[in-house]
Design a protein around this ligand. Structure first.
Ligand code: LLP
Length: 440
């Protein structure tokens, strides 16, 4: 539950806004982001890394893939963060939100020609190169534009991050970056290209990681490579990526970010001492850690039914959203926690499963939760920690319009992204523009 969540007269309040009133004004489902929480966390993670590394101006790139709207981009910028984008779409949001191109980092393992052109033309600060082919493409685009483009090279360090297989990104057999063994030749080639300026190396070992040892190991390996490749020409910075885990349920216990930052700094310092090189300027790229805990999704309960199992009963509580607005349980087996948000209840807890309204049995919002046994149609059900990778992963499965993204600040709620309408969906169906046979 976001810092500052409280229950007043039985109803949950987030950032001073009563969820009952938000539901009345905006309908359900909705994603509500507490602006203060997101901004506090942006500051806190930067402060944690600056303190641990004893560096002012650690570059924190907010990973826009977690949640990117024009206002979210502006909040992050206002807190001094830079913005990491990985598609032309994310780039456009950041630019139209007024983010200075210089403050944008452009990621992606297969940026299209048009995306590369657009990034170079806009003047993005750095491209993170993912392959030899891409180095040539960015160099060619920069040359055509008559610019020198700053770049970083993404390295796959071979660390096996302990997280879901789909969220690990730096073991050997995956698509991102180039291996430690391939890096020297590619760095030499990048340095031959006059339209590219290599400013440093980058790695990202995966997402939703709790254990600092994977980060520390990757930092050690990156520093060794950084020292080796910086011997000929200096590499001013080192980007250690994102991936810092958050609590989704009461049993998740991520290490505090200050501790993670300290483990990383200790590993980097020890490696730098051993190698006799200075600690480079550090950059990180957190997404989930900043916005995940700031968001909450509220649904209306539609049906409640008991399913009798050997040795018990499970109550299926179906809500008016599901895998369309949060596919994470279906994709990664992710767990969330839910509460009735519009009233208090003294009823005994009953084992419940919160299901969505999509035509698929894997459409589960919360796999297993103790909810008051009197949970009933019409109740407002809130699911915590949905700020990251819910709106950004949302789909229109079953022709379902996507919910709005709302923000609360000092008790006042405003719309960041409006609710999608069925007309929005139908606007793309070319067959509906033509006269139907009956009209002829
Ligand atoms: N940097 C790079 C290069 C990345 O690929 C990612 C995430 C991040 C930073 C930010 O990671 P974070 O700090 O948010 O963990 N859809 C999945 C997560 C995919 C993450 C992809 N890359 C999920 O819902 O869990």
């Amino acid at each position: 539950w976001p810092a500052g969540a409280e229950r007043v007269d039985g109803a949950v309040r987030i950032g001073g806004a009563d969820l009952r009133e938000v539901a009345q004004a905006h309908g359900t489902p909705f994603l509500l982001v507490d602006e203060a929480v997101a901004r506090d966390r942006a500051r806190r993670i930067r402060d944690a890394f600056e303190a641990a590394f004893d560096q002012r101006g650690v570059d924190v790139y907010y990973a826009g893939k977690a949640l990117l709207t024009a206002d979210v981009a502006r909040w992050m910028r206002a807190e001094g963060l830079r913005i990491d984008v990985c598609t032309g779409g994310e780039l456009t949001i950041a630019l139209r939100a007024g983010v200075e191109p210089e403050a944008i980092g452009f990621h992606g393992n297969n940026k299209g020609f048009a995306e590369i052109e657009a990034g170079v033309a806009a003047g993005v600060g750095t491209f993170v190169l993912d392959s030899a082919i891409e180095a040539e493409r960015v160099a060619a685009a920069a040359e055509r534009a008559g610019r020198v483009q700053r770049v970083r090279l993404r390295i796959s360090v071979g660390v096996h991050a302990s997280t879901h297989e789909f969220l690990a990104t730096s073991h050997e057999d995956q698509k991102f970056g180039v291996s430690v063994g391939e890096a020297p030749a590619l760095v030499a080639r990048i340095r031959e290209l006059p339209s590219l300026e290599l400013v440093g190396l980058h790695t990202h070992i995966g997402s939703q990681i709790f254990d600092a040892s994977g980060f520390a190991e990757s930092a050690r390996r990156m520093l060794a490579l950084h020292a080796e490749l910086g011997a000929d020409a200096p590499l001013p910075e080192l980007n250690l990526g994102g991936g810092f885990g958050i609590a989704y349920t009461g049993t998740d216990r991520p290490e505090p970010i200050e501790q993670i930052a300290q483990s990383l700094a200790d590993a980097v310092r020890a490696a730098a001492d051993e190698l006799g090189v200075p600690v480079p300027r550090i950059a990180i790229e957190p997404g989930r850690w900043i916005v995940g805990p700031a968001g909450i999704t509220a649904y209306t309960v539609g049906t409640v039914k008991p399913v009798h199992l050997d040795g018990g009963v499970r109550t299926y509580v179906s809500v008016d959203g599901g895998m369309g607005d949060n596919p994470r349980p279906a994709l990664y087996g992710a767990h969330y926690s839910a509460r009735i948000a519009d009233r208090a209840s003294d009823a005994a807890p009953a084992l419940a499963r919160v299901a969505g309204h999509h035509c698929e049995s894997g459409d589960i919002v919360v796999d297993s939760e103790w909810l008051p046994a009197d949970v009933a149609p019409g109740d407002l059900l809130a699911v915590a920690a949905t700020g990251a990778y819910c709106h950004s992963l949302a789909s229109n499965y079953n022709a379902t319009p996507r919910p709005p993204v709302l923000a609360v600040r000092d008790g006042a709620v405003r719309v960041l992204v409006r609710r999608e309408s069925i007309d929005d969906l139908l606007a793309r169906d070319a067959g509906l523009d033509a006269a139907t046979p009956g009209d002829a």
